[in-house]
Design a protein around this ligand. Structure first.
Ligand code: URA
Length: 189
């Protein structure tokens, strides 16, 4: 698939997903937050689920956590437009509660299809929820960081969630390390 075909296929899938009613989150959402960024991205970031601002705007990571993510990206010479950003869940859980297992089960095919279409070289799972869900583990972020895992056949690196970093400044340096590790890994892929 060339870049034009890939862009069209991703747009069409986003269109199909915009009316998804696979789980009960469809009832409370303003809109589906499919994902944003480059359809040709080599690096894909995966967070947890849309929050209030994302649900309003239809774009992932547009709140405070998103601002920090943009700074982290700038640190490795990238902008939002260079990467692809998505969440495990495409709809906002009410009151930002944790995603329920059945919601994840119903929504995972959307993420898998995004990965299949974009074919990133590397996935960055941000935060405990994304990491534990994608890797099907209950291990901590601390124990999962610093090495390569795989999800859907794609190499995956685990790092902290930007919202967590806003509260826990001392782990920011570790996130820089993870991003540098991601950049080095990309260079060798
Ligand atoms: N937190 C997430 O995990 N995803 C978003 O899109 C926003 C905040």
């Amino acid at each position: 698939m060339d870049t034009v075909e890939r862009a069209a296929a991703l747009r069409q899938y986003a269109e199909e997903t915009s009316t998804c009613t696979r789980c009960a989150l469809a009832q409370g959402r303003t809109q589906v937050v499919f994902g944003s960024g480059s359809h040709d991205a080599e690096l894909m970031f995966v967070g947890e689920a849309p929050g209030f601002h994302e649900d309003q705007q239809g774009v992932p990571f547009v709140g405070q956590a998103g601002k920090l993510l943009e700074k982290l990206l700038a640190g490795i010479g990238l902008t939002r437009g260079d990467v692809y950003i998505a969440n495990v869940l495409k709809c906002r859980p009410p009151g930002n509660r944790n995603p329920a297992p059945e919601e994840v089960a119903q929504c995972s095919p959307h993420l898998l299809q995004q990965i299949e279409l974009i074919k990133p070289k590397l996935i960055l799972a941000m935060g405990r929820f994304a990491a534990q869900t994608l890797l099907e583990t209950s291990a901590s972020i601390a124990s999962l960081r610093g090495r390569l895992h795989r999800y859907a056949g794609v190499p995956l690196i685990v790092t902290y969630h930007p919202a967590y970093l806003l509260r826990t400044l001392e782990d920011k340096a570790k996130t820089w390390e993870d991003l540098v590790f991601a950049k080095k890994t990309m260079a060798g892929l």
